[in-house]
Design a protein around this ligand. Structure first.
Ligand SMILES: Cc1cc2nc3c(=O)[nH]c(=O)nc-3n(C[C@H](O)[C@H](O)[C@H](O)COP(=O)(O)OP(=O)(O)OC[C@H]3O[C@@H](n4cnc5c(N)ncnc54)[C@H](O)[C@@H]3O)c2cc1C
Length: 295
């Protein structure tokens, strides 16, 4: 099962009808078209304000991209406001303390506000209301509340984690006793023997895909299987015009920042995450279960 994830959509009044998101490509295109059409509207506080709900990986990257988009659409003289609303007390709660000072620096430099310890109560076409009763006028509310495993994963027998992922053994067989192999965002599996578990990320999905696909075949003909492990973990977070921050290890130690990290991010997004050319030898070479993109 390689069905990936879907956007988590809780029961917030107006969320489904009045918010945008960047989960699927067509949804990101809908948001982009909406942003461009804002230029045709009369200039109001709601038109000039973009709110991103969720200050995790996706919310941070999305919010820090918006100021430059608005400058392109409205010109440099228009007063605009970009706000991230996050229920935790800190921005990027799962990213840890390491990169946070740089994330905060990027928010300040890009002029993006953070409303932390705040939950959204309801959304309408004119904006939203927080649980403290604060009204934020906005024609553009973007939901970045995080992913959950695709709902089909619930049909697989056995234990699931809080994201709906299926617990799997080191060969990526679902632990519930079925003959299903799980991979990518659907798999909840140990990444190493130090207690770290896979994240819902391309980095893990690429290796999990190689190993699960490989293992499903030898089991049928009685050949040895390949155990999954992935001790190296890196994070490269885009921070808009500020640049990016690249960290290494589960403790997220900073390796690169600003322009240098941004160049790496662009290499990842434009080269590394793409499948190889439609050439049999090239495809088999990168599909080998022990293949490592960058050692
Ligand atoms: C906005 C956004 C930004 C991200 N940025 C990063 C990043 O910077 N770095 C990073 O490492 N990760 C990032 N991720 C996470 C990364 O995209 C996922 O972890 C990765 O794509 C998971 O791969 P996958 O193959 O498991 O699932 P997917 O790539 O989601 O593929 C699953 C496929 O299964 C199909 N499918 C689903 N259900 C069915 C069904 N019932 N029948 C048939 N087909 C079905 C889907 O259409 C989809 O094509 C980001 C994710 C999002 C949404």
């Amino acid at each position: 099962m390689a069905t990936g994830s879907q956007l988590y959509l809780p029961e917030i009044p107006g969320l489904k009808e009045h918010s945008f998101n960047v989960d699927q490509l067509h949804e990101a295109v809908t948001l982009d078209n909406h942003l461009r059409r804002l230029a045709d509207l009369e200039s109001t506080v709601a038109r000039n304000t973009v709110v991103v709900i969720g200050g995790g990986f996706t919310g941070i990257e999305t919010a820090l991209e918006i100021p430059q988009r608005l400058r392109t659409i409205f010109g440099n003289d228009q007063k605009t406001r970009v706000v991230v609303i996050e229920q935790s007390s800190e921005i990027g709660p799962t990213l840890g303390a390491g990169p946070r000072p740089l994330i905060q620096e990027a928010f300040t430099e890009c002029g993006v506000e953070i409303m932390s310890s705040t939950k959204v109560k309801s959304i309408s076409s004119d904006g939203l209301i927080t649980d403290a009763g604060v009204s934020v006028p906005s024609n553009t509310v973007i939901w970045a509340g995080g992913p959950g495993a695709q709902s089909l994963a619930q049909k697989i027998e056995g234990e699931h984690d809080r994201f709906g992922r299926v617990y799997a053994d080191q060969y990526l067989r679902a632990q519930g006793g079925s003959s299903v192999y799980v991979t990518g965002d659907v798999a909840m599996v140990a990444a190493d023997d130090k207690g770290n578990i896979t994240a819902m990320s391309c980095q893990h999905a690429l290796s999990l895909g190689r190993v699960s696909g490989y293992n499903a075949a030898p089991e049928l003909v009685g050949l040895p299987m390949h155990p999954y492990s992935q001790s190296k973990y890196v994070t490269c977070l885009d921070l808009g015009t500020w640049g990016a921050v690249d960290t290494e290890g589960w403790g997220r130690e900073i390796c690169m920042e600003r322009k240098e990290a941004k160049e790496l991010k662009q290499t990842i997004n434009t080269q590394w995450i793409y499948p190889p050319e439609a050439d049999r030898d090239a495809a088999f070479a990168v599909a080998a279960p022990g293949y490592v993109i960058v050692p």
